[in-house]
Design a protein around this ligand. Structure first.
Ligand code: PLP
Length: 402
């Protein structure tokens, strides 16, 4: 089946976070985007990581079939569900996992929250690699652990890990965990086997547990190849806990269904105890149906959506190079999120925000929310119809014109 990605699947009035809300001081606040421009022109929301596209047809059909069953009691994963997950990891990533390694949870952030709580004590250090997906900071701080920064380095337009700094940070005995974002949000890197191996050797040497957030693993662009961290070898798997989901891959974030995958029996026991303590158990029956259908039958849609997203990335790169060279796009190797280096515009935080929201009418994620290293950058979500992206870029070019 040929999918149509040139249309937005989200009507107003369904409570969409992306289209009907924005970030407020105390979490999300409802927002009619049209008000920002006096109703003349709608603000384009290109922030939170949801796609605008209709979900894959097999998922829609599975949900429809599930809705016909008038029973919505407590639900647990079935053998068929677990087979769908293990087969996906094998087929797409060459990673052999056992069904009993998998714990189902309501999301990757709630999962990381439980892991930080379960594997650190107050004051312990947790390494992150900024600029980084901003909830990593809050899950550490909310659990009374300490953020230890190992900033990425931007070298010739590509981000790299700083291994000497990582070694120095990991060697502190109070540092107990590293939150790895692989592929990396927001900079779009797909870490190579060599990079992951170096990181893992450092962490293993210093007894630092690696929690790998692999949520964007399926969203490979430009023939990048994803390396599952725990597939690097036994020593790595024994010191790793992986968080994964179909939610970014198939735009199912509202289904609140994700996985913690733990190869080591000893760590698995601790994960299970942590989940019990947090009263996290069971599944959403619609999430179960959607994820199983996605993994069993969603590949055709995924291939097409990735080609469309890559087309959007190419379009944006070409547009910026030609019409707006002051903004430099860091070429993503994965994800539908692009990291835009706007520092050459010479604007401070407030001025850049003003330019994006009030002059251009674009609601993006400000780079500084990913850490101070992100100041002067913007994160843009291009999982949208091409005409929206064209509109957004033209607005930006007009707003930035001298
Ligand atoms: C790296 C990363 N981790 C976690 C999440 C959120 O996951 P969940 O909605 O399952 O909590 C996101 C969402 O965009 C993300 O980019």
């Amino acid at each position: 089946m040929k999918y149509d990605f040139d249309r937005i699947a989200t009507p107003r009035g369904i409570g969409s976070v992306k289209w009907e809300h924005r970030k407020g001081d105390n979490g999300l606040e409802a927002w009619d985007a049209t008000e920002e421009k006096g109703g003349k022109r709608q603000v384009l929301p290109m922030w939170v990581a949801d796609m605008d596209f209709a979900i894959a047809e097999p998922i829609r059909r599975a949900l429809e079939a599930r809705a016909k069953i008038p029973s919505l009691g407590y639900t647990a994963r079935t053998e068929a569900y677990l087979s769908a997950v293990t087969a996906w990891m094998q087929r797409r990533h060459g990673w052999s996992i056992e069904k009993d390694w998998i714990a189902t949870v309501s999301g990757v952030v709630p999962a990381i929250n439980v892991l930080v709580r379960s594997f650190t004590r107050p004051g312990d250090g947790v390494i992150v690699q900024p600029p980084i997906y901003h909830p990593f900071y809050s899950v550490i701080e909310n659990n009374d652990a300490r953020v230890v920064r190992n900033p990425l380095r931007l070298v010739d337009g590509r981000y790299e890990m700083d291994f000497p700094d990582l070694e120095a940070k990991a060697s502190d005995p109070a540092v107990k965990m590293l939150l790895l974002c692989s592929p990396h949000n927001p900079v779009g890197r797909v870490w190579s086997e060599t990079e992951l191996g170096r990181l893992g050797e450092i962490c293993n040497r210093h007894g630092v547990l690696v929690v790998a957030d692999e949520l964007h693993a399926d969203l490979m662009l430009y023939e990048s190849v994803f390396t599952p961290y725990a597939a690097l070898g036994r020593a790595f798997a024994d010191n790793a806990i992986v968080c994964s989901a179909a939610s970014k891959t198939f735009s199912l974030a509202g289904m609140h269904t994700a996985h913690i995958i733990t190869p080591s029996p000893a760590l698995r026991e601790q994960v299970a105890a942590g989940l019990q303590k947090a009263a996290m158990f069971g599944m959403n029956p619609f999430g179960a149906a959607a994820v199983q259908a996605a993994y069993d039958e969603g590949e055709e849609w995924l291939e097409q959506v990735l080609a469309y997203i890559q087309g959007n990335m190419d379009f944006m790169a070409g547009f910026l190079a030609e019409k707006l060279p002051q903004i430099r796009m860091i070429k993503p190797e994965a994800t539908y999120l692009a990291w835009l280096d706007c520092r050459a515009l010479g604007l401070d935080k407030a001025q850049l925000e003003e330019l994006m929201l009030h002059k251009a009418g674009l609601y993006l994620d400000e780079g500084y929310i990913f850490g101070e290293e992100g100041a002067g950058f913007e994160r843009i979500n291009v999982a949208c119809p091409r005409y929206i992206l064209e509109d957004a870029l033209q607005r930006l070019a007009d707003a930035a014109a001298p």
